[in-house]
Design a protein around this ligand. Structure first.
Ligand SMILES: *Cc1c(COP(=O)(O)O)cnc(C)c1O
Length: 295
């Protein structure tokens, strides 16, 4: 392991405990025993923290409880360059989720450069979908030609790249500053992806939602953003002629993931409850400093 990926045993232990705590809360809120994917949102945290959760067996045994915890696979990132750097140095077995605001001109490089990209959750225009489609196609073709050059049979699985999964991000709160497609325009974008983007697979819909709504929902009301996303999903399913269950909902973050699960979420994206507070963007580092004279 590179020295910059070293992690203090106390920090590793705390991360593993936090992840277990959140996973237990997810299971407790999940009364109907659905499959719920937990994304550990690692943006602005160093690669060493991701490796600790993905490969606990690699840690100093003093970081670990009596039995080695299971590997965590799904991690979420918001910034293209940071994701590229992390994907480069971390194991290819990690399933990366791009959940941040996506610029149209970054869609293609994102899909083309990150082989282990598992899902992009912030698609809110046909232009971004088309960029991802072009990038994924280019990646598939590049891997196929690399395989031809080697013409090795044993290399076959390398080209069996999945389609790139996507969520369409919906602006459920009506705030002008929020990204996301309007609920009324969501079905058209979903149809565009299904009909024109053969290298993409539409997994479902995603929302971030307004903080105020997640707070008022604490007083026993349903969160209006989550209601809106579910209703939008039901309409999209009807317009596309697919069962509702085929389109999942990605909703819920640290502050409101339990409520989101009660309202039907199939994927929660939890950052600060697992990793703690994020450093300011300008101070974040992918690799930790190696302090002179220390181990
Ligand atoms: C940062 C982020 C999260 C995680 O937020 P926390 O409040 O730290 O859990 C989830 N979803 C998106 C889209 C994010 O940008």
């Amino acid at each position: 392991m590179p020295q910059e990926m070293h992690i203090k045993p106390e920090r590793a232990r705390q991360l593993l405990e936090n992840l277990k705590y959140v996973a237990d809360q997810v299971a407790a809120a999940n009364k109907s025993q659905r499959q719920i994917r937990l994304i550990a949102v690692s943006k602005l945290h160093p690669a060493s923290t991701i490796l600790a959760l993905h490969n606990p067996a690699s840690l100093d045994p003093s970081s670990l409880p009596a039995s080695v915890p299971p590997a965590h696979f799904h991690f979420g990132e918001n910034y293209l360059q940071e994701l590229q750097q992390k994907a480069d140095i971390l194991p290819k077995t990690i399933r990366w989720h791009f959940i941040g605001g996506l610029q149209s001109n970054k869609a293609r490089p994102l899909a083309e450069s990150v082989e282990s990209l598992w899902c992009v959750s912030s698609v809110d225009s046909a232009k971004k979908a088309d960029g991802l489609e072009k990038g994924r196609r280019a990646l598939v073709e590049r891997l196929a030609s690399e395989k031809d050059e080697k013409s090795g049979e044993e290399d076959k699985e390398k080209t069996d790249l999945d389609k790139l999964r996507v969520h369409v991000q919906v602006n459920t709160s009506g705030e002008a500053a929020k990204s996301g497609v309007e609920p009324a325009d969501t079905a058209a974008l979903c149809r565009h992806i299904r009909d024109n983007c053969p290298h993409l697979q539409l997994l479902g819909l995603m929302t971030i939602g307004a903080i105020a709504r997640s707070q008022s929902a604490k007083d026993g009301e349903e969160n209006a953003d989550f209601v809106c996303l579910r209703e939008t999903r039901d309409r999209v399913a009807q317009e596309l002629g697919v069962p509702e269950g085929e389109l999942e909902l990605s909703m819920g973050m640290s502050a409101d993931f339990e409520e989101a699960i009660r309202q039907g979420s199939g994927e929660v994206r939890v950052g600060s409850t697992i990793f703690g507070q994020r450093p300011p963007k300008g101070e974040a580092k992918v690799l930790d400093d190696v302090e002179e004279g220390k181990d």
